[in-house]
Design a protein around this ligand. Structure first.
Ligand SMILES: *Cc1c(COP(=O)(O)O)cnc(C)c1O
Length: 372
């Protein structure tokens, strides 16, 4: 019988049911309830962020940032094209034009040395996505942004328990988002958190999240009734999701250690001809969200996917560069040379990695046999 190895499997800590059932028993599942407060308390301990709002998804967090920054038609936002669609969409929804720059081949993150040349008088923000929980060069990026008076938004969707020079990812730029989608290290099906690091935006973001009302000020006892004061929408996480997420958080340390161990085992065992391993950097603490390898080119990659599939192993690739997608062509432009974005994305392959995964040796042996 062929072993069946899925690419990913959502984490279960064992505490989720207890909290979800308790939340149901409390009979009020609207957002910002007791479980949301517990999750925020725990996330603040983990990240040392002072201001966190739970959202229905990281995507919604990015949309809230675009609203808070008053992004409008004609504005430009810089990001890498090897990226997830939400980074671009959140700003395109407000009318912005996306300016794509190339990535670094070692981390597949935005190449910080190319950002300055992409800045124009219309540039409002740089969105940096920390690929697989490996940090972008935040010191250099923040330096550019502060000098040029541009906001930095960290897409830390992959990054729970991942750090740069001791700082949790998502806490360094003006804003950061973390995702709790079921494909991420810990999850609640769908969910996210918005970290507000520039405190001048806290009050406005609370209003944007509460349908454009100052309801939070009523809850905080600052006003005696609440009204419509600004644009906004409904960006609250349900208590059911928060209760599930609180259960997940109990297992975070165990989960991260297990992922890092499996990541290291892949790294040690795949030191073979034909396989290019990810680069390990100083000054960062990753969370093993992704283990990827790079092959000689796209055709070797596709043959390996097929070979692994035949041996019961599901492997996947991403991202189709945004600038070469239908919407990317309409809403963005690539500035400078595409030296790495297209090439690296064509030869990248992600290997199975999830909590409790015991098949690393089998996957590596199968990859070795492919090259023989
Ligand atoms: C998953 C992901 C998102 C979106 O997260 P949601 O919570 O599903 O909205 C954004 N950016 C990156 C890089 C992601 O991988």
């Amino acid at each position: 019988m062929v072993t069946k190895i899925p690419f990913s499997r959502p984490f279960v800590s064992g505490h989720e049911q207890e909290y979800v059932l308790d939340a149901i028993a409390q009979k009020d599942l609207t957002g910002d309830g007791p479980y949301s407060r517990l999750v925020i308390k725990r996330l603040k301990e983990i990240t040392e962020s002072r201001s966190i709002l739970l959202t229905p998804s990281a995507t919604h967090g990015l949309e809230m940032v675009a609203l808070a920054l008053n992004i409008r038609a004609g504005d430009e936002v810089i990001m890498s094209s090897f990226n997830f669609v939400s980074c671009a969409n959140a700003f395109v929804l407000r009318g912005a034009k996306i300016v794509f720059v190339d990535i670094r081949p070692d981390t597949l993150n935005i190449d910080e040395t190319l950002i300055e040349a992409a800045i124009s008088a219309k540039t409002r923000a740089i969105v940096v996505m920390h690929y697989g929980g490996v940090a972008c060069a935040m010191d250099e990026i923040m330096d550019i942004a502060l000098r040029r008076n541009i906001y930095v938004v960290e897409d830390a969707a992959h990054c729970i328990s991942a750090y740069y020079k001791g700082k949790h990812l998502g806490t360094i730029g003006h804003f950061g988002v973390i995702s709790f989608h079921s494909t991420k290290n810990i999850h609640c099906g769908e969910g996210g958190a918005l970290l507000i690091n520039d405190k001048q935006f806290v009050e406005r973001l609370e209003i944007i999240r509460e349908k454009g009302t100052n309801r939070q000020q009523l809850i905080d006892g600052k006003v005696d009734r609440y009204t419509w004061v600004d644009i906004g929408s409904s960006y609250l996480m349900s208590e059911l999701n928060a209760a599930y997420l609180y259960g997940q958080l109990h297992g975070l340390e165990l989960l991260t250690k297990n992922r890092l161990d499996n990541w290291q085992l892949y790294y040690n065992l795949l030191n073979i001809d034909g396989v290019e391993l990810p680069t390990v950097l100083d000054d960062i603490r990753p969370n093993a969200h992704i283990f990827y390898i790079k092959l000689a080119d796209g055709s070797v990659r596709d043959k390996l996917i097929e070979y692994l599939e035949k041996h019961g192993i599901k492997s996947v690739f991403h991202y189709i560069p945004l600038h070469s997608s239908t919407a990317g062509k309409e809403f963005g432009t690539f500035v400078g040379q595409d030296d790495y974005t297209t090439n690296e994305s064509e030869r990248l392959l992600r290997l199975p990695l999830y909590f409790g995964f015991e098949g690393v040796r089998y996957v590596c042996a199968t990859i070795e046999s492919f090259f023989q």
